[in-house]
Design a protein around this ligand. Sequence first.
Ligand code: NAD
Ligand code: TYD
Length: 354
Amino acid sequence: MSILQFKKNILITGGAGFIGSHLVRLFVTKYPDYKIINLDKLTYAGNLENLKDIDSSDNYEFVKGDIQDKDFLADLFTKKAITDVIHLAAESHVDRSISGPMEFILTNIVGTANLLDTAKGYWTELKGHTFYHISTDEVYGSLGAEGFFLETTPYDPRSPYSASKASSDHLVRAYQHTYGMEVKISNCSNNYGSHQFPEKLIPLMINNIRNKKPLPIYGTGENIRDWLWVEDHARAIDVIFHKGEIGETYNIGGWNEWTNIALVKHLCSIMDKKLELPQGESAELITFVKDRAGHDQRYAIDATKIKKELGWEPSIQFEEGLEKTVDWYLNNEDWVNAITSGDYQQYYKKHYSS
Ligand code: NAD
Ligand code: TYD
């Protein structure tokens, strides 16, 4: 099918990453009349094998590129006749933003500005084109013991990562307010599930338990996060893209708060069961380490608006999702070894050579 025959040519940025790959898979399989163009730089966090099951689909195309490169973007929009954007490409790990903030500023802020400005230049008539920006609840700052983040909560980002995401959210809103671009934003809580780079809490702990390495808990382990199954996030993005109001923000969360220490202990007990170890053995690996600089105490999303207005809610219980996640990591040891070593050759050879 030529590109002009599709109903929409949707540019999904960061589609080779954790959430992006789940979203690309959902859109490619659910909407054969949309062309999905996955633009990704393939940083350490982006892996094309995440999409091997759908990458020969007629309505899918991968383009390697950097959102920091505006000339490249201008060319891409023209060549692919982009009609809509769902923007996920970002540097996403808080600890990396503390040790090296500049790449976060360049990709998350300048890269988003490049995309907005390219879209504005290419879409001569802004009406009818959606620019949907995927953001985080971390822009709202840190909660105490009570309360939830609402869509109206004032921004108060505290890490270089959250400050860069907050900045990009403001730019997206400015393009609507100033130029009339048809934008949408969603701010989601912590995701978990398959294909997450094992530097984030849950996959890091699974991998360390399997390798009998210490489980580093920052500070006291009493910090709280609200966890959401990644495929539920992808479903929410689908609903917002199709039914969300232009110019609106939607908070997405799991109504699922856990202290880090309770979560890791729970994970240890699942791992003991799966690895047929005596109960309590994995938890012996827990090691309290120096706290993260500026560590936000608690995140918790009030996801009432998206439920009431768009009918979305999480589909699976955390216990079930966590067990599925553990199973995926245990069954995909090669994937973990390949992405952590940066050497995909062995992985490709084993799984995709015919
Ligand atoms: P990820 O780190 O797994 O993936 C990011 C992807 O972006 C990678 O494939 C990477 O190669 C690509 N990328 C990075 N820099 C790029 C650049 N300059 N040009 C093009 N591509 C580039 O991240 P994720 O966890 O999948 O998060 C995706 C988005 O969702 C991010 O915008 C993040 O802020 C947001 N978010 C994440 C979570 C979470 O829990 N992971 C929660 C809420 C919001
Ligand atoms: P993370 O997965 O990095 O997500 P975020 O910082 O964006 O919420 O961390 C989740 C929580 O787990 C956070 O409170 C920091 C904590 N944490 C640890 O205690 N040890 C670790 O090794 C990691 C990576 C995170």
